[in-house]
Design a protein around this ligand. Structure first.
Ligand code: DGL
Length: 310
């Protein structure tokens, strides 16, 4: 009998322009708790959603190299719709490990949910201008109509989101009043912004003769507003969370990688082990530590500051 140490678990690198991608990390941890995780939020250069393809590709490739070359990631999940839409090729060229973006899983989940074949997609300006979702929908026989909602990322970054408890009660009782006090007023503003964006998008869809029955949340910040979206969409419309869809796809892909990647991983963690997560940010470490736990639904712990250059 040999006395060799068990192989160390693989590291899954998760990258976002900010900390919205923690929604993808949370969904991954639920499914693959036995992996190690390294999360990078490029908070110094957020938002990506208003920048050019060239700049997004440069920032995203640097970030991916950090996770692979310096943190030893064996597999990368691009938990940023904007980087997935505009820079997936640049990221794949920059690193030598498998890379998964969020657009294809989101479109695949829409295909599974939609009966009419008409799908609404909301995302950042850059994602919408790339038409990556429309193309991914078209490749699956769906008609996708996209809308940029640039006010939503800042509202989420400011914490103008329902608390998890309020979100549950919104989801359980459509029409329930938002929470009282200043947080209630903030959430009411966010709800009104969502109502206006969706009314505009539904009007565009109707003018184009579409009958959408599915809404894709094509930005990693939007899952924090999911309860508000569910209240705002017409009855019967499915709301697709691209974070959940990406995590499901990541598990499927990861578990079919060669055993040299440490695959397949068990779906439960043997006690007393704890999930190993290291979080890195390029700026705003305190804000990341404060707000990140809302996205991750657990403390993010100590966030390490990194400098990726210009
Ligand atoms: N992470 C981006 C996305 O999912 C949103 C924030 C940004 O604009 O950088 O599209």
């Amino acid at each position: 009998m040999t006395d060799s140490a068990p192989p160390s678990p693989p590291t899954i690198g998760v990258f976002d322009s900010g900390f919205g991608g923690l929604t993808v990390l949370r969904a991954l941890i639920e499914r693959l708790p036995a992996a190690r995780y390294a999360f990078l939020g490029d908070t110094a250069r957020l938002p990506y959603g208003s920048k050019s393809r060239r700049t997004i590709a440069r920032y995203a490739a640097q970030s991916a190299r950090f996770l692979v070359n310096e943190q030893g990631a064996d597999f990368l999940v691009i938990a940023c719709n904007t980087a997935s839409a505009l820079a997936l090729d640049a990221i794949q060229d920059a690193v030598s490990v498998p890379v998964l973006g969020v657009i294809e899983p989101g479109a695949e989940a829409a295909r599974a949910a939609s009966r009419s074949g008409d799908v609404l997609v909301i995302a950042t300006d850059a994602t919408v201008q790339s038409h990556a979702y429309a193309a991914a929908c078209q490749a699956r026989g769906l008609r996708g109509i996209e809308k940029a909602c640039p006010l939503l990322v800042p509202l989420v970054e400011e914490g103008w989101t329902p608390s998890p408890a309020a979100a549950l009660s919104f989801a359980a009782q459509a029409g329930v009043a938002p929470p009282q006090g200043s947080q209630g007023a903030q959430v009411a503003v966010t709800a009104e912004v969502i109502r206006i964006y969706l009314a505009e998008l539904n009007a565009e869809a109707a003018a184009a003769g579409l009958h959408p029955d599915t809404l894709v949340l094509g930005c990693t910040h939007y899952p924090l507003l999911r309860a508000l979206f569910e209240r705002a969409v017409p009855p019967g419309m499915s709301v697709i969370d691209s974070a959940e869809a990406a995590a499901q796809a990541a598990v499927r892909i990861f578990n079919t990688l060669p055993a040299s990647f440490g695959s397949p991983l068990p779906s439960v963690l043997a006690p007393p082990q704890v999930v190993e997560i290291r979080c890195f940010a390029t700026d705003s470490v305190e804000k990341f530590e404060r707000l990140g736990s809302r996205f991750l639904e657990r403390p993010v712990g100590k966030v390490e500051l990194v400098d990726l250059g210009g």
